[in-house]
Design a protein around this ligand. Structure first.
Ligand code: CTP
Length: 409
């Protein structure tokens, strides 16, 4: 694929693993794509690749010492962090990953990383056992949870003579991922979108509730995707442990369907679009006890009387003005397409995302999903099993295309 990084300034951090021999190629490819590149290295990296090579391919002096009297600035890590639009650490050893996760700054590169606040990519490379070590896994997960883009290592022959996971992703692929990320569409700039996500809990008494298995992963992936495209996201989230990372996401935590209804109906009028992915409980107990309900000694059964919750999606369908876009989800087990289509018409949606419950790896709790997108003109787009992030990107593409077409009419 042809990408352009024209006008972008990228810092390539190189650490001491055998894959450092690929760093000059990575720099070369970034420069070829139009980027200006500076390298920051650890002492160990220079055991594998020379400073002269990196300086020659990048055309810039290599940053390697925190207290180098010949540095143009005494605080080069600060001026360099302002200079760079993005940073790629490739290869990233277990050591640098551990330092990043712990906030340790004991050399030039780790100090720069601690100060760097812009898109940051990390391409781990190490022996399989090291990669699978609990501390390394924890550190990688921690970096990811804090917004670092992890470029997962691939499987293949390793320097230690074994075969397994731990090989640094190929420089061509790293450049592709960085390009996709840095040149993502900013179509949403200035526009607002409402997203509902996760389950709702319907209180029975002081310690019990009726809930469901929704993890919220699909809705959070949508929020991250749209925020990265410049949308201001209002994420109304039911109870979930997930974190919203992008600064463009405003998160409103709710518990019950009625709280979600209040938040969503208040926010919708100022939004250009809404995507309701939450698994909202259709019913709630008609009475919620403030104390813990005690069982009686002679009690064999118990009856809970449930009343219907408001349908948030249907309400937004009624509130929808010209130019606003409404997207719903459907979870069906029988007559899937037919039922989803009926829901689309009944709730006045622009398109509906039909979740498959038939496929392994799709639906509640998984990191992958398989959906079919049905629009109001009868268009049916059946997807394959993909990561929830990739599904979110498909939904965002469809939504932005519809927003464009309503704006052009
Ligand atoms: N939804 C909602 N408020 C509700 C119930 C559902 O906003 N009280 C939304 C969901 O977020 C989803 C869509 O409606 O976008 C479809 O939910 P689903 O449970 O599949 O359908 P229902 O309309 O509740 O119908 P049924 O349970 O009969 O299939």
């Amino acid at each position: 694929m042809d990408y352009s990084l024209s006008g972008k300034r990228i810092i390539v951090g190189v650490t001491g693993g055998i894959a450092a021999y690929k760093a000059p190629l990575l720099v070369r490819l970034l420069v070829k794509a139009g980027a200006e590149v500076t390298c920051a290295v650890t002492d160990h990296a220079l055991q594998f690749v020379t400073e002269l090579t990196l300086e020659t391919v990048s055309g810039h002096r290599v940053y390697k010492e925190l207290f180098d009297r010949s540095n143009p600035h005494s605080t080069e890590h600060i001026s360099l962090k302002d200079w760079g639009d993005a940073m790629i650490v490739a290869p990233a050893t277990a050591n640098i990953i551990g330092k990043m996760a712990s906030g340790i700054a004991d050399d030039a590169l780790s100090t720069l990383l601690l100060a760097f606040r812009k898109p940051l990519f990390v391409a781990p490379a190490m022996n399989t056992e090291m990669l699978e070590n609990y501390a390394v896994r924890r550190n990688i997960d921690y970096l990811r949870a804090n917004g670092v883009e992890i470029i997962e290592s691939a499987s293949g022959e390793l320097a230690c003579g074994t075969t397994g996971n731990g090989r640094m992703e190929e420089p061509e692929r790293i450049v592709e991922i960085v390009c996709q990320h840095l040149t993502a569409s900013q179509e949403g700039a200035g526009k607002q979108v409402l997203i509902t996500a996760g389950p709702t809990y319907e209180k029975i008494d002081a310690v019990r509730f009726i809930g469901n298995y929704s993890s919220g992963k699909m809705g959070f992936a949508l929020a991250e995707e749209l925020a990265s495209r410049g949308w201001r996201v209002h994420l109304v989230a039911g109870p979930t442990h997930l974190k919203a990372l992008h600064p463009g996401i405003e998160r409103i935590d709710v518990e019950s369907a009625r709280e979600m209804y209040d938040a969503a109906t208040k926010l919708f009028p100022s939004c250009q679009a809404a995507i309701l992915s939450a698994a909202v409980a259709d019913f709630r107990p008609d009475h919620q006890a403030d104390h813990k309900i005690k069982k009686q000694s002679d009690q064999d059964d118990m009856t809970l009387h449930l009343v219907q919750n408001p349908d948030i999606l249907a309400m937004l369908g009624q509130m929808k003005r010209d130019g606003q876009l409404l997207v719903g989800f459907a979870l069906e087990t029988d007559n899937e397409l037919d039922n989803a289509h009926k829901k689309l018409t009944k709730k006045n949606l622009d398109f509906i995302v039909l979740n498959s419950l038939q496929d392994k790896g799709a639906g509640f709790g998984h990191d992958t999903n398989k959906v079919t997108i049905i629009d109001r003109n009868g268009g049916v787009d059946a997807g394959t099993l993909k990561s929830k992030k990739a599904v979110a990107s498909d939904i965002a593409d469809k939504m932005e295309a519809l927003v464009r077409s309503t704006e052009n009419n």
